[in-house]
Every structure is written in C-alpha cells, then in structure tokens.
Design a protein around this ligand. Structure first.
Ligand code: PLP
Length: 387
C-alpha cells in the first residue's frame, strides 16, 4: 500500500522536534550536530532569535496580501539585494525551482523582445536546477527526466569543464548559458575563476545571456555574499533561494535591467512569492549575512573546518580521498561509500548530506562556532573509525 506521504524520498530514520543553532533535537532529547543545515538553508542556524523575532513580529501584523498591492518588505529586500549585487531588479519566489522557471522565461523573453529567434539554453552535465519542467530539462540527466517526457525543448547539455564542447555549442541561437558556480548536488565542484571569466567572454562573443544558479552556493556560504564574486565577473541573471530565507521558503531572481527588459506587467506572477512573512525573514537574514564582518568570519571558520577535514583525509585514507569546495560549502570525496559515511555520521550524532560523485557534503550554518567545528570533526573521525 502506498504510504500516506508520497514516497519520493528515502528518509533517514530520525525526525526532529526542535532546533537550537547548529543542533537538531529528537523527541527523546538526542542532539545531532547539523552540518547539512537543511541542505545549505539554515545559514543562521535553527531558531535564530533575530529571525524568530522578525517572523513572529510580522506574523502578528500581516501574513498575506497579494502582489496586486505594494509590499513594503519586498521593496526593502529588493533594494538590499540590488545594492549588494550586480543586479538592477529582483523578483521573489518561494523556491529555487521557481527561480529557475523565471530565469529561463526571462532569458527567452529577452530575445523575443529583440525580435530574434533565440531560445536555446546551454546547461551542464551533473548540474541541478530543481524538479520542475524547466529544472529537469536544464539538468538533463536520466535520473531526473526518465518517464517525465516530453521534456521542455530547447536545452543543450555540455559536459562539465569541457571547454571545446562549450565553444562548439555556443552560437547565435544560444539564448543563455545556465551554470552553478559551484555544483552542489553534483558533488561540490567549483568552477575555477578563470573558467567563469572565460565563460563570460564566450557568452559576450555570441551575445548570450549568462545565468548563474546560486541557489546552493549563494548567500554568504563561500565567504562572499555570492560565490561568483570571487571570480570578479557578473552574470546577467541569477537564481537565489535556500540561504536567503534562512529556513523560511524564499527564493529570488536577480537581473540586470537589460536582461529583464521583457518582464513587463502581466508577463510573470506568483501568489505567495515575496509575501510579508518571507520578506521579514529575508531582510533579517540579509542584515546579518551581508556584512563584511560576518563574511570574513565565514572565511576564517571555513579555514578551520577545512584544516580539520584535511586532517581526517590524512588519518583515514581508506575512507576519505580529498576535500574540495569553497568556504563553508565543502565536500569530502570518499573512498568508502558516501552513504555509509553519512550513516556512520548519524550514529555519531552528526548530520551531513550525500552528493553525486561519492561525496559527502559539509554545509554547516554559517554562524557555526569554533567549538562546534572541532566537535563535528571529532564526530566525523568517530564515524570513519566505525567503518
Ligand atoms: N538549484 C540548485 C543549485 C539547487 O541546489 C537546488 C536545490 O537543491 C535548486 C536549484 C532547487 O531549489 P528548491 O529545492 O528550493 O526548489
């Protein structure tokens, strides 16, 4: 008999009833150190007082109106994001997947407005952009698309890091190139800065728009507000979600004025996106994360965590192969089965997240303490010993 929850997830045997900072607590009081942060979502930990205050204060005033009316918190968050990034404009969604949908629509509408027949989107193998029609068409892997055809047409896939294939695929039919500056689900694979620069140049040569998917790597995770800032280049359109809501469903598409030219009144919409509750939390997250002091601390802590993980690779060469990633978006490439490492972590009361390429993702809250970093490394060591 089918379970009453549609069985699309193989769930771990834990369920949590409370959270405190980097800790998740089961009904029986068992406390897990959360180095998955809801897959890069809880950037300020669980039950962060500033976020709880922002949400509860707004909850007592106004939950939902509609995008038919002005939403003051939306204006505030859009201004914050525009001030802090390459973007001139923002649209708020409830998720990364919805951000993907709009990014694709925006890119295609851009060319429609120019009167050019350009609808092709180039994306990369191993990528993940969400589970909607556009998201699975963009990622392109059998794992996501099998049985869901006919797929949204117009997506071309290029092998990750294959510069020649990319050059061959780019043409005057390319509407946009979509890429994660650091592949998350694909196994924490950063695109080197010089490759992002090369990609920007290659797009400019044929006039294609460049879309960054910073749903997982954005919002302070790498020690910059957005990961692409390390490379010195900017996209035309960017997808944001996860961390921006700190655990409240919130996403956004940021864009330059030029790229957004086709998105006029009536061209897109959402009932819930940008609602007052999400905006209260989003503004509270940005107030904390989008500061030099906070981002500098992320980089410092990332150094400590990376050092600890490198130590584990050295002391357990049969379990771990290498450490990769940027900032607090780290991956342990495993020699043992990554699922077994994650499971052994559960037994040591440590939460991590598996990814493709036999990688274990280490994605703690960004305000993790030094002691919690040491404790996580100790628990991972315990997990490795048990394998
Ligand atoms: N893009 C990337 C890079 C992601 O990691 C994810 C989610 O894991 C998504 C898009 C989809 O976001 P959501 O699950 O919020 O729809």
């Amino acid at each position: 008999m089918i379970p009453s929850i549609l069985p699309t997830y193989n769930r771990a045997p834990m369920s949590f009833v409370a959270g405190e900072g980097a800790w998740l607590i089961e009904e029986d009081g068992r406390r897990y150190l959360d180095f998955g942060a809801g897959i890069a979502v809880n950037v300020l930990g669980h039950a962060n007082p500033a976020l709880v205050d922002a949400l509860t204060e707004q909850a007592g005033k106004l939950w939902h109106t509609s995008n038919l009316y002005g939403i003051p918190g939306q204006q505030e968050l859009a201004d914050r994001l525009v001030d802090a990034t390459f973007a001139d404009t923002a649209f708020f969604t409830n998720s990364g997947t919805e951000a993907c949908e709009l990014a694709v629509k925006m890119a295609r509408k851009y060319w429609y407005e120019k009167g050019e027949d350009r609808s092709e989107i180039i994306a990369f193998t191993g990528s993940f952009h969400g589970r909607s029609s556009a998201g699975i068409a963009a990622a392109g892997s059998d794992k996501m698309t099998l049985g869901f055809g006919p797929l949204l047409p117009g997506f071309t896939h290029v092998a990750f890091a294959d510069h020649e294939a990319l050059a061959a695929a780019l043409s005057d039919k390319t509407a946009a190139v979509m890429i994660e500056p650091i592949q998350g689900e694909g196994g924490i694979i950063p695109v080197p800065d010089q490759c992002l620069k090369g990609l920007r140049d290659a797009c400019d040569e044929v006039g294609a728009l460049l879309i960054f998917d910073e749903v997982q790597c954005g919002v302070g995770r790498t020690g910059k507000l957005f990961a692409h800032e390390w490379s010195g280049i900017t996209p035309d359109i960017m997808m944001v979600a996860k961390g921006i809501g700190g655990g409240f469903p919130l996403g956004a598409v940021l864009a330059t004025e030029a790229a957004a030219v086709g998105m006029t009144a009536g061209s897109h919409g959402t009932t819930y996106g940008g609602n007052p509750l999400a905006m209260a939390v989003g503004n509270a997250v940005m107030k904390i994360v989008a500061t030099d002091d906070f981002l500098t601390e992320v980089s410092r802590k990332a150094g400590a965590l990376r050092q600890g993980l490198e130590g584990l690779v050295a002391s357990h060469p049969d379990v771990f192969e290498s450490v990769r990633g940027t900032g607090l978006m780290l991956g342990l490439k495993c020699r043992a089965l990554n699922a077994d490492v994650v499971k052994a972590g559960y037994d040591a009361l440590l939460l991590t997240v598996p990814a493709a390429d036999n990688v274990v993702r280490i994605l703690p809250p960004l305000n993790i303490s030094d002691e919690e970093i040491s404790e996580a490394v100790r628990r991972l060591d315990q997990a490795a010993v048990s394998l």
